[in-house]
Write a protein that binds this ligand. Structure first.
Ligand code: G3I
Length: 302
C-alpha cells in the first residue's frame, strides 16, 4: 500500500494524526492529512476549555470542525480528552471537592452525549500520574477530590456512551522499568479486577533525549494487553525523527495483537507542539521525510 492509513488497515489497524482546526484552511496540510491517515484526534478542540468554556455552556464549534472534516474524509475519530488537570477553563480551576467531582461528571456526560455513537475511543482520563520515581498520582484539583476520581470518570463515561472504547492516556509510561509505568499498570490491573470499565490504554510516546524510546516498549504493550485491555500509541513524535526509532515503534504495535493503531501528533514539523525537535513525518514544505518511508515500509510488513 502507498499511504500510511491503507498500509495500517492491512492488519486491521489505523494510522492516525492529530488535527488542529486552525490548520484546515492550509491546502498542503489538508491534502496530506486527507491522503495519508485513517484516524484523527483533535489536537486541542475536544479538551475541557474548548468544549465547556463557561459552566453548563457547551461549545462544539471547533471540535465539530475537526470531527466533520474527519468523517467527511472517511476517518475514524479518537476523542481527546475528558478529565485532565491541564487546559481546564477558569471556572473549573476554581472548583474543588464534591462540586468539582460533579462538574467533571457533568462534563463527561455533556461531551460524550454530543458525540454518542460517533467516537471509536475516548481518552477519558489523561496524565493522572506523577513524573519521577514516586509512582504516585499527580497532585491536581481532580486528584484532591479523592483517589477514586479516575474510576468515577470511567463509570460516568461508560454510561454516557456505551459504544466508545474508554482509554486511560499518559506519557512517560512506555519504558517498562519506569515507576510511572508500573503505577499505571497497577491501576489498570486493579480496575480490571474490580470491574471498573476500562477498555484501552494510550501510550502518548513523546520520545526525546530526556525520555528516550527503549525497545522494552513492546514488553510494556504486551503486559498491558495481557491484563485484558487494548493498547494504542496515541501521540507519537520523536526528537529528530530517526527512521529506525519510528520503525521500531510501529513494529512494536504490529507485534501486539491488541494494539489498535498509531497516531502521530501532527502532520509537518512546523505543525508540532515541539517543532524545534523536528519530530514528525513530513517536512515543512509537505514532502516526506525518511521516517515516513520507514513507517510505511514497516506497516507494509518489511
Ligand atoms: O488558542 C489560543 C490562542 O487563542 C492564543 O492566541 C494562543 C497564544 O499562545 O494560544 C492558543 O492556545 C494554545 C493552544 O495550544 C492552541 O494552539 C495554547 O497556548 C497552547 O498551550 C496549546 O498547546 C497544546 C498543549 O497540548 C496544551 O497542553 C498543544 O497545541 C497540544 O499539542 C498539546 O497536546 C498535548 C496533549 O493534549 C496531551 N499530551 C501532551 C501533548 C503535548 O503537550
Amino acid at each position: 500500500e502507498s499511504t500510511l492509513g491503507a498500509a495500517a488497515a492491512q492488519s486491521g489497524r489505523y494510522f492516525g494524526v492529530a488535527v488542529a482546526a486552525n490548520r484546515l484552511s492550509d491546502a498542503t496540510y489538508v491534502s496530506i492529512a486527507a491522503r495519508e491517515f485513517n484516524s484523527v484526534t483533535a489536537e486541542n478542540e475536544m479538551k475541557i476549555d474548548a468544549t465547556q468554556p463557561q459552566r453548563g455552556q457547551f461549545n462544539f464549534q471547533a471540535a465539530d470542525r475537526v470531527y466533520n472534516w474527519a468523517v467527511q474524509n472517511g476517518k475514524e475519530v479518537r476523542g481527546h480528552t475528558l478529565a485532565w488537570h491541564s487546559q481546564q477553563p477558569g471556572w473549573m480551576q476554581s472548583l474543588s471537592g464534591s462540586a468539582l467531582r460533579q462538574a467533571m461528571i457533568d462534563h463527561i456526560n455533556g461531551v460524550m452525549s454530543h458525540y454518542r455513537g460517533k467516537i471509536t475511543q475516548w481518552d477519558v482520563v489523561n496524565e493522572a500520574f506523577a513524573d519521577g520515581s514516586s509512582g504516585a498520582r499527580r497532585d491536581s484539583n481532580l486528584q484532591r477530590t479523592g483517589n477514586d476520581w479516575i474510576e468515577a470518570a470511567f463509570r460516568a463515561a461508560r454510561a454516557a456512551d456505551p459504544s466508545a472504547k474508554l482509554c486511560y492516556n499518559d506519557y512517560n509510561v512506555e519504558d517498562w522499568t519506569w515507576a510511572k509505568t508500573q503505577a499505571m499498570y497497577a491501576m489498570v490491573r486493579d480496575f480490571k479486577q474490580r470491574g471498573v470499565p476500562i477498555d484501552c490504554v494510550g501510550f502518548q510516546s513523546h520520545f526525546n533525549s530526556g525520555s528516550p524510546y527503549n525497545s522494552n516498549f513492546r514488553t510494556t504493550l504486551q503486559n498491558f494487553a495481557a491484563l485484558g485491555v487494548d493498547v494504542a500509541v496515541t501521540e507519537l513524535d520523536i526528537q529528530g525523527a530517526p527512521s529506525s526509532t519510528y520503525a521500531s515503534v510501529v513494529n512494536d504495535c504490529l507485534a501486539v495483537s491488541r494494539c489498535l493503531g498509531v497516531t502521530v501528533w501532527g502532520v509537518r514539523d512546523s505543525d508540532s507542539w515541539r517543532s524545534e525537535h523536528t519530530p514528525l513525518l513530513f517536512y515543512n514544505d509537505g514532502s516526506k521525510k525518511p521516517a515516513y518511508t520507514a513507517v510505511l515500509n514497516a506497516l507494509n510488513g518489511g
